[in-house]
Design a protein around this ligand. Sequence first.
Ligand code: ADP
Ligand code: MG
Length: 215
Amino acid sequence: MQLTPQLLPNLIQAIADVIENNAEEVTALDQAIGDGDHIINLQRGIQTLIAQSAELSQLDWATAWQKIGMTLMTTVGGASGSLYGTLFMAMSKASRERSLTLSTFAEVYTQGVEAVKQRGKADAGEKTMLDVLIPVADSLRQSSVEAVELPVALTQLTDVALAGMESTRDMLATKGRASFLEERSRGHVDAGAKTAQLMICAIVAVLVERLTTPA
Ligand code: ADP
Ligand code: MG
C-alpha cells in the first residue's frame, strides 16, 4: 500500500499551507456570518499536529486518526474543534482491524461523517462544513461501487468539494452562529464549508501526486 501514515507530515503541511494562503478570504467570510475566529481555531490545531507529525507518521491509520481526533478536540475549540475531533475519532473506531482500500475507506469516512452529523445535530443543506463532507462521502462510495481507479476517484472529489462549498452561498443557515442571522445569512459561502473544501483539495493533491509519481 503506497498510502501509509508516513504521508501524514506532507498532508498536514499541505493543509497548513492552504489554510494560511486563504486565511484572509475565509476570515472575511466568517466575519460576515460568524464570529471571525474559524481560521485561528483551525491553525491552533494544525500547529499542534505539525509538532506531532513525526510521531504520527510512525502509527497505523487507526491509531493516527485517534490521536489526530484527540488533538483537534482539545486544541481547536469552537464548533469546528469538536466536529473535526469527532470525525477523526469515529473514523479511527470504524477502521480498526481493517485493511484500507477505496471501499473500506469510503465506509470508514462515511461513518466519520455520520458521527459529525449526530454531534452537530445537522444534515446537508444547513450551510455548514457538512455540505462539503457529505457529498465527498457520497462520491467515495459511488466510486467504490463503480470500482473507479483510486487517482480518478480522488480527483473527482475536488469538483465535488468545490460544488458543495459553492452550494452553501445561497443557503439559509439553520445551525451554528450563522443561524442567528436568519435570512441575512444568505449570500455568503459558509467559512467551515470553505475550509473543508480547501483541506480536502489539498489532501487530494498530495495523494494523487504520490499515486502517480513512479517510486
Ligand atoms: P464557532 O462557530 O463555534 O465560532 P468555528 O468558527 O471554528 O466555531 O467554526 C464554524 C463552522 O463550524 C461553521 O462555519 C460551520 O461550517 C461549522 N458548524 C457550526 N455548527 C455546526 C453544526 N451544528 N454542524 C456542522 N457544522 C457546524
Ligand atoms: Mg467562529
